[in-house]
Design a protein around this ligand. Structure first.
Ligand SMILES: NC(=O)c1ccc[n+]([C@@H]2O[C@H](COP(=O)([O-])OP(=O)(O)OC[C@H]3O[C@@H](n4cnc5c(N)ncnc54)[C@H](OP(=O)(O)O)[C@@H]3O)[C@@H](O)[C@H]2O)c1
Length: 274
């Protein structure tokens, strides 16, 4: 399959490498231009091109950039794409990083609905709720107990099937959680956000998701991640503090530390079961 990836960071570069290993032809782009992606090309086997070129002739496009980067993209970008291309949004909306986006903040649209409206194209939401650490390290063999499951939402069954197949090829269970209007369930603060649920748990999470408590849950979880990370950097005499400690600890790629993060994120699931 011809796959185009917009965004060459943690998620984009990992998916590019995995897809080329699976035998797909992958093109990848970032905001600064292909000449800045030489290392990504050599590490992933993907070809770096400008964003507009990555979109052309792709059967699957993955949009994986900070949400604020969407404003730098041409709203007509996908007009040159194949008519039946499947576009996957992996992005999360983080107001402190992405700035205010009124339609999302006032609850009129969930994140991927907003992206879909912005580009006027159907979208599938997937890969937004798994950390790059888990994506890189937790793919398992089919039917393995506790295989991590990844939710997929969107309005086309055919497109969701294609995305589910690729998730399974990467070593994860794929669970169709509903339409694009339902995709809020896999957003931050929801019961399936960054907590590595298995298929059975994920199917429960779909049923118990409660939009009205998501913001409160996320704030509580962030508070706990903040406390844990700041204690960690202090104990290790690192000169980092505040939210930077959370980013540092999250990105350090230590399995034990990551497990603690997952344990904290799991509260958004277990709290709803009480
Ligand atoms: N990391 C995770 O664990 C994780 C997990 C699930 C979902 N997500 C979400 O997935 C998205 C990507 O995350 P990430 O961690 O991979 O991000 P990242 O490591 O910060 O990388 C972002 C990439 O997006 C590119 N980019 C930014 N604006 C762009 C634009 N207008 N056009 C083309 N490329 C652009 C950047 O290119 P330049 O450097 O050239 O600007 C960079 O290659 C985010 O929305 C994030 O919230 C992340």
């Amino acid at each position: 399959m011809q796959i185009g990836i917009i965004g060459a960071g943690r998620i984009g570069a990992f998916l590019a490498k995995s897809f080329t290993q699976l035998g797909h032809s992958v093109r990848i782009s970032n905001s600064r231009g292909p000449e800045t992606l030489k290392q990504v090309e050599s590490e992933t086997g993907a070809t770096a091109l400008p964003v507009a070129e990555v979109v052309k002739n792709a059967q699957l496009i993955i949009l994986t950039i900070p949400t604020k980067g969407v404003f730098q993209l041409d709203r007509q970008l996908f007009e040159s794409a194949l008519e039946n291309v499947v576009i996957v949004d992996t992005c999360n909306y983080n107001p402190s990083r992405d700035g205010p986006i009124e339609e999302i903040q006032n609850g009129k649209l969930n994140h991927t609905e907003w992206i879909s409206h912005y580009f006027n194209r159907p979208m599938i939401k997937a890969f937004n709720n798994i950390t790059d650490f888990s994506l890189k390290s937790k793919g398992g063999i089919q039917n393995a107990p506790n295989r991590v499951a990844i939710p997929v939402s969107g309005d086309s069954l055919k497109s969701k099937q294609l995305v589910s197949n690729i998730i399974e090829d990467l070593g994860f269970d794929a669970v169709d959680i509903g339409s694009l209007a339902d995709s809020w369930k896999q957003q931050m603060g929801g019961p399936m956000y960054c907590n590595d649920l298995n298929r059975e748990e994920l199917e429960i999470a779909v049923q118990i998701a409660n939009r009205s408590v998501m913001e409160e849950q996320y704030l509580e979880i962030f508070k706990q991640l903040y406390e844990f990370s700041n204690e960690y950097v202090e104990k290790n005499n690192l000169d980092i503090s505040g939210s930077n400690a959370v980013l540092y600890v999250m990105e350090m790629g230590d399995a034990q530390v990551h497990n603690e993060f997952i344990r904290i994120f799991r509260k958004s699931f277990t709290n709803l079961q009480k």
